[in-house]
Write a protein that binds this ligand. Sequence first.
Ligand SMILES: [Mg+2]
Length: 267
Amino acid sequence: MTDLAPLAERYDGLILDLDGCLWVGDRPVGGAAAAVDAWRASGRPLVFLTNDPRSAPDEVVQRLWAHGVRASLDEVVTSGVVMQEYLAERFAGCTAVVVGSQAMVRHVRLAGLRVIADVSLVPDADVVVLASHPGLADPELTWAVRAAYAGAAVVATGRDPVVPSDAGVIPGTGGVVAYVEYCSGAEAVAVGKPGAHAWRIARERLGVDGPVLAVGDRLDSDIGGAAAAGIDGALVLTGVSDTADVQAWDGAQPVAVAADLGALLLA
Ligand SMILES: [Mg+2]
């Protein structure tokens, strides 16, 4: 078992991003599994916090194990989980138009909302839920614009413009948000990173009062968002942001910048 780096020893809890941090597309990042093992060996809690709205938490757990990373369901906070908590607090009993995967539709239903499946009910929707997914197409985009245009609240899993993949970046939920906002004139609330809701839920899952370290590959969503929530952020260079971005970044500075998760957390 490899020891933890001195930086990691300073923290009581760890929040790890997934895409661009633990893996890129289907390829695991070097040292990621060993870094998680070393952290677990120290007996401190960790949470996986991802803005990826496509997969259900149990699918994320399976993917982590497939990459050699031990994980349990209560450690996984997807932006779908954050969305479910947000909707349950504010929109239980309401009707929703959903742009999202089947996993996202389940989250919306579990929050106590009715998902509209009849076009005639779209203008009366209370809320529009936005989360990019493969196969995104009409009529869901038109329904979303129509409901938002008629006055429904708009809630999105995030505003990330792109998500890293094996073949290059793919469009993120931010593109869907821009489309619906532009067409409808509505303004969306984003519940995922960098928003406060995501960090609050991640902190609650960790259950520690002491200092927490968040690790991610995006300066805006991961580092900026963590700082706004009072959490130190460390950047790994295996995803979206690179060293040139770090030099140009005028937001909250990362406490460390490392080549990958192993280089950051392992001695
Ligand atoms: Mg990421």
